[in-house]
Design a protein around this ligand. Sequence first.
Ligand code: F1P
Length: 350
Amino acid sequence: MNNPGRNTLEEILSQIRVWEQAVAVAEGEREALSALSRDAPNRHLFFTGCGSTYYLSLAAAARLRSLAPIRAQGVPASELWLDPSSHCRATDRLIAISRSGTTTETLRAVQAYCSATGEPRATVTICCHGDSPLAQLGDINLVLPMGAETSIAQTRSFAGMLVASAAVNAQLAQRDEIVQSLASLPRAGNRVMELANSLAASWGRRLEFDRTYFLGSGPRYGLACEASLKMKEMSLSHSEPFHFMEFRHGPKSMVTDTTLVVGLTSESLLDQEMRVLQEVTALGARTIVLGERVDKIGGGASLSFESALPEEARDVLYLPPLQMLAFERAIAKGLDPDRPRHLDAVVELS
Ligand code: F1P
């Protein structure tokens, strides 16, 4: 295996230009998205995808709910496809997300949505391949060609599609100040990427940790799920995501002195979140605290974004450290993140 993870590393390090493309592509659809925003409060919006893009859907739906009184929900595409009557009503709207734009479950979820609602197309699609079937199935189709990847585990594609969903959400919620803030993400991202590389170079290679828990609430729970998936896909390591406060209700029993707990902290709930991290530290875990302006706990570590961006605009900043932690752990274990075990880049069903 010469140069293991070469593609994955290049894709993680090049993600900021995909963030920029996402902002520009969404800006190009400003009028159409603004038209959607006028009746969004009367609708139920579903975000859907598979695996990584399902976790993105969870994060995007939670973010939209935080921006405006709009009912939004993230649902696995397989659930929409196989049980549409439990989800779709005639007045619903669908935002379908897929890196490849060819995942069978996601395409079938769009078909099931159209059959259940009588709509001819999905409301919005977000993908990285303009020639894919999904890119033709939305009233509004956001395509991020710079997010295309050769690696199987999503990194820059996920980050770019998350920024695209943030731009869509800000437009739907008519939060222009958030739309404006997204343009400043690349500046903040360059700083975070540097910090992420040094954090992961030490903490990602500490193989004494035999389990990692990612804690995140609100939109950060979907990101915690994605971080946990990266740990599994790239480094074949046991990992689980939880809402911050949920960790006390049982999972805390799993904490040992070989446990790493990564907190995706907010500003609005920071005190409560830090209390959970202090408790698990007292039980022997090491912690990594990620957030806008945060301190480490005991023998743990921290990474402060110091972006000066509103909380609603900077969800993507958690991704470089989370992706690099999984990448460095995979390399330290002698694995090749470019070729994760048992996985294909796209799941296509017959
Ligand atoms: C989604 C997917 C994920 C998986 C991995 C590869 O494909 O297959 O299910 O977790 O990240 O991508 P897509 O529909 O986003 O192309």
